[in-house]
Ligand binder design. Sequence first.
Ligand SMILES: Nc1ncnc2c1ncn2[C@@H]1O[C@H](COP(=O)(O)OP(=O)(O)OP(=O)(O)O)[C@@H](O)[C@H]1O
Ligand SMILES: [Mg+2]
Length: 248
Amino acid sequence: MDGDVILGVEGLNLYDRAGNRLVRDVSIGLRAGETLGLVGESGSGKTLTLRSLVGLLPDGVREECAGRRDNPNCAMIFQNPMSALDPLCPVFRQLCEVIRIRQRTNPAKTKARATELLRRLSLPEELAVSDRLPGSLSGGQCQRVLIAMALSCNPEALLCDEPTTALDVTVQRQTLALIGELQRERGFAVLFVTHNLAVAAQVCRSLAVMRRGEIVERGPVRRLLTEPAHEYTKTLARAILPVSRREA
Ligand SMILES: Nc1ncnc2c1ncn2[C@@H]1O[C@H](COP(=O)(O)OP(=O)(O)OP(=O)(O)O)[C@@H](O)[C@H]1O
Ligand SMILES: [Mg+2]
């Protein structure tokens, strides 16, 4: 693995309890500050690959790999923001708890940092003085709370597992723009997982395309869209480019 890689795995194989191979010989490395997309159909192994990178494989999945670079300073945001928050605990308290644990701050400083994050993520500052539960926020707001939690540990790498799939198109666009802005501000690397090539093309410079547990193609977004080599990448690219550009 090359020296610039801050988080990565080489020759990753994952198996279920029965010994079926779920992920085959996947190598992926994230460099400081870069934005890499992992794209592929449902069930292709994107989430398991991401979980392996952060050491959070589910029970019953066995791993073999040739090499890895771990990084304790990375944060992950998940597909369904509602289910990632505790529905019975006030939102602000959950945010404070993450800050307190990750940054070991005293109560006053914890509150100040949490309030600052609310402001940066355009969340209602009133959350800081109320006991509002996650259920009283919109999906987009919940996802911003999770992004705030992720940022509170000053990550070197932010791993996003379909962070906008559960959101409507407008909120999806706003959330993607926000992640981009925060990345420019703070310089962390992003590994962005999605089944949507159009979304990946919007946020990433380079992509790895996954199918049935394997990476079938990788390279700069532009090349993958204009000169895809693998049949599956061709299908994905054809599905998003307008007919006129395809013909051109
Ligand atoms: N805990 C588990 N035990 C056994 N098999 C699993 C487990 N989790 C996932 N799998 C299987 O591994 C394969 C890859 O799953 P994974 O969740 O990584 O797909 P994905 O690409 O993230 O799909 P999606 O786009 O639907 O989220 C699937 O066939 C899935 O059924
Ligand atoms: Mg998944």
